[in-house]
Design a protein around this ligand. Structure first.
Ligand code: ZN
Length: 242
């Protein structure tokens, strides 16, 4: 069974869900035409009902009925908006069109992929930068500390109080060095990375959106999840997979 919706167009109030033309457009019939919308085929055709002054598609008076393309310019009555009526064909097509898989492939997926690529680059750059000096200082701290602990007995005599003091100093130096490395530089760099990640987010988040209604998606959500569920806006019926 086909899924065809009929939309009446006319100067008379033709009812809910229909297109009522303003009463002063005298050349438009009271029951001028109807649109036949095939949701399955995603196609629209127009059929005149009582259109004594005709219907014009792309500047030519059409036969009593015919299919419409979303780029068609359609006037009812005459090609002058004072007396006739211009039909917003694109808007009607937008309402019935649900398949945005091509736009999703071409516009949405690359945004996510590029964002992730830049984010990964940023993270690995940070890790490389941080790991070398950090490891060297931590290792030095540990070596100095261990040397002191190991040799303090030899230097100062096993039971001397100097040995205990030296051990204590060694432990302190090790802790302080490790703490310095663990907190100060890392925090600073992490702030930097956080800032740059935020810049990335701002750069991409506006472009990661529904190609039909513009609703923004969450960049933390992989495009495959969005593709599977369709547009999250309940008023938008855009689907992204064939
Ligand atoms: Zn949408």
């Amino acid at each position: 069974m086909s899924n065809i919706v009929e939309i009446k167009i006319g100067r008379e109030d033709v009812g809910k869900g229909c297109i009522t033309v303003p009463a002063d457009r005298k050349l438009v019939g009271r029951h001028h035409a109807k649109l036949l919308i095939d949701r399955d085929a995603q196609s629209i055709s127009i059929q005149e009902v009582k259109a004594s002054n005709g219907t014009f598609v792309n500047g030519l008076r059409m036969a009593s009925s015919g299919p419409l393309d979303k780029d068609d310019t359609v006037y009812l009555g005459c090609m002058d908006e004072a007396m006739g009526f211009k039909l917003n064909v694109r808007k009607i097509f937008d309402l019935i069109t649900t398949d945005y898989s091509r736009e999703f492939q071409q516009e949405v997926i690359p945004v996510y992929e590029n964002y992730m690529e830049e984010l990964n680059k940023l993270n690995s750059k940070f890790q490389k930068k941080m790991s070398m000096p950090r490891n060297i200082v931590m290792l030095s701290g540990a070596v100095i500390g261990l040397c002191f602990i190991g040799f303090s007995g030899l230097i100062f005599g096993e039971k001397s109080s100097a040995a205990s003091t030296a051990r204590l100093v060694a432990m302190s130096v090790t802790s302080v060095l490790t703490a310095l490395v663990a907190f100060l530089p890392t925090n600073h760099k992490q702030e930097n990375v956080k800032e740059q990640s935020l810049d990335l987010l701002l750069k991409y988040q506006d472009k990661y959106c529904c190609p039909k209604c513009g609703t923004k998606f969450n960049l933390n959500q992989h495009w495959k999840i969005i593709q599977a569920s369709g547009c999250p806006n309940p008023k938008c019926n855009a689907q992204f997979k064939k």
